[in-house]
Design a protein around this ligand. Sequence first.
Ligand code: NAD
Length: 435
Amino acid sequence: MKKITVIGTGYVGLVSGTCFAESGNQVICCDNDERKINNLLQGGVPIYEPGLKELIEKNVKKGTLCFTSNIKQAIREAEVIYIAVGTPMSPSGEADLSFVEQVAKTIGENVNSYKVIVTKSTVPVGTGRLIESIIKQHLREDYPFDIVSNPEFLREGAAIKETLNMERAVIGTESDMAYQIISELHQPFTSTILRVSLETAEIIKYAANAFLATKISFINDIANICERVGADVTKVSEGIGLDSRIGNKFLQAGIGFGGSCFPKDTAALVHISQKCGYDFKLIKAVMETNEGQRVKIVEKLKDALGTLNGKTISVLGLAFKPDTNDIRSSPALDIIPYLSVNGATVRAFDPIAVEETKKQLGYQCLYFKDIYETLENADACLILTDWLQVKHLDLNKVKELMRQPLIVDGRNIFDLETMQEFGFTYLSIGRQPIN
Ligand code: NAD
């Protein structure tokens, strides 16, 4: 049993803190957002993640998990301190480290015994060393501490399941004692633990995300060729995915990647490369292809309608992927304002991300939690997120509700034969149009 403090109670901090409590540790999750902490203290959960609410309730009841905005006190009580604050994209594309630096300073000022300080936030190479030097500068006495990089690989929407059964843990540190402590913490979750240097751990995280992003842009480029030559990208994915050297994951063509990680981490990797004098051309092309996919889907819609002006468009899906209410860098945030500025009335559906979207887009569209209500009198339906509710649509009912049966599908949810049978005009990605 270790006393762990997690600083930053967002997706990563809250999920990992809760899982560390579940595996028998004493965990304090802290944040400087008092509203978030008060909400948690009152039994609320600020994010949607399957299984999270139940696990929080269970561990709070057991007394193994608690929440506070008193970060200084939480630091003093801990043996292990996890840094899980945000590292957003700055206007230049670089990772903004101001939250991490602020936390490192507070840690330095409050260290009162040996501590292991672990970075879970995604940070550029060299940040572990930077944290170490900031802490040293602010130490009140000469207390020993060790620095570890332990990057997070969770997937939103499956974060609890994947943390409790993680495929691997990467632990970057020079200290044998710190390695021992952090690897013991991970033993209940995985038997695959990779020990590397601080710098290697930091780059592993970016390399992992950049590789996955590359797979997505690769298949989207193939999709764009398929459209021109009369091939079907879903069959191409199947055909190459059956090769175990390639694998079938992250090979679904569509409107490209969004979310809080891939766009920001690919941009940060371009900067990391530039800083060390390397021109990472491949990842720049991955980003360019990705941006193009959002434009292409809107062009298909415009071409099919003739004009957006005066049309009613139902947008299905606001979250950047299913099973999350996270809308960071979600395609919907670019596409809805574009449709609206060009004179369309947008009726938008999402089962759980409506409130988050309202905060960003306000009343640029009408919001619905009922998928069929969203489709009433629509000139077109634009699918942006492959929610189960979308996959399970009653297509007869959809056809009755819409003014005209036009579906533009950014997620390739339906098969072409079905859409033909139901009599839809159906435009998807990397497949032939059904008219
Ligand atoms: P988030 O924005 O959901 O949470 C960050 C939290 O840190 C917020 O609650 C914020 O209030 C808090 N915070 C900021 N400054 C603070 C300070 N000085 N003291 C205390 N708390 C502070 O972010 P997230 O999605 O959890 O991501 C955190 C990090 O993990 C990022 O670096 C991200 O790239 C990385 N990561 C995220 C995911 C993911 O799927 N979300 C996966 C892997 C890695």
